[in-house]
Design a protein around this ligand. Sequence first.
Ligand SMILES: [Zn+2]
Length: 310
Amino acid sequence: MAETLDPGARAAAEQKARKAARDAARKNEASDEPVGKKGIVPPWERGAEGIALVDTHAHIDGEDFEADREETLSRAKRAGVVAVVTFGDTMEASARVVKLAASYEPVFAGVGVHPENAFPFTREDDDRLAAWTKEKDVVAIGEIGLDYYWEKDEDKRAMQRKMFVRQLALARDLDLPVCIHDREAHGDLMTILKTEGRKNRGVIHCFSGSWEMAKELLKLGWLLGFDGPLTYKNAAKLPEIIEKAPADRILVETDCPYLSPLPYRGKRNEPAYVRITAERAAEIRGESLADFAAQTTKNACEIYGLKVGI
Ligand SMILES: [Zn+2]
C-alpha cells in the first residue's frame, strides 16, 4: 500500500506514525513517584526572586500546547524562566516556531529538520530555512542531528547524515549556532563533528553520552544541554558529567513536551519545569540555584545571542 503514496505523503505518514510511537512511549513511561502524593509545590509557586533561567530547548509549537500556550509561558515566567528557545523539527514546525518567536516576547526560535523526519533536502529547503533565520528572534539552526534509536534502516540513516551535514553547512554560511540531537549515534556524530562540523558551534542537547565523549565535545568547543533525565533514579552518568563539566559549557533545557523531570515524569513537560532540572544540577554541583541559573543563562545568551530582560 505504502508504495502507491507519493514520497511527500509517505514521509508525512511515516512522520505521523513516529510521533504516535513517541507519544505512546512518553505516556507509558513509568513514573518514579506519583505526582501530588508528597504535596509537591509546582515550580511557579516556589518564588522566582533572583532566579533567571532559560529553557534552551523546547517544542511549544505543537498541539500539546494548543489549548494553554499563553498560560504555559506565564507559569514559566513565574518559575523564573526569562526566555524559551523553541525548535522546529520539520519544515512545518519551523514555520510555526518563527511565528511564535515573533509573537511572544520571551520566545526565541531555531529552525531545522530533526533526523527522525529526514527527507532528501533540496536547495529550495536550504533557502526556506535561510529566509526564516532573518525573522525576529530566530537564533539558531536546529533541531538537527542523528537518531539511530528510532531509525534502524541503513539507507534512512544515510539520509539523516546527509541532511545533518547539509544543515551544518547552512549554519556555517549563516554564521549561526546549531542545536544537535544525538540518540545512539555517538560514533557517527563525533566523526561528522570532527570533519564537516569542525567549524560549527553550538549545543549537543539532551546529552546522553559518556564523560569521555563529553570531554571530547568540550575540547571541540561544544556546550552540553541537560534535561529532566538528570532527576531520574536511573540518571546513569549524567550527575557525574554535570558535576565535572566546566560551568561555562552547561545549559539546562526541557525538550518539552517530552522528558518531564520528576515528579512529573510521564506527563506533559513544559518550560517551567526547567527549574526542577536546574535545582537538581545546582545541588549536584554544590551551587545555589541563583548562581547556577545566572551562569547557565549567561551561557545561553552567549551561544544563542539572546537579549533577555532580567
Ligand atoms: Zn528536541
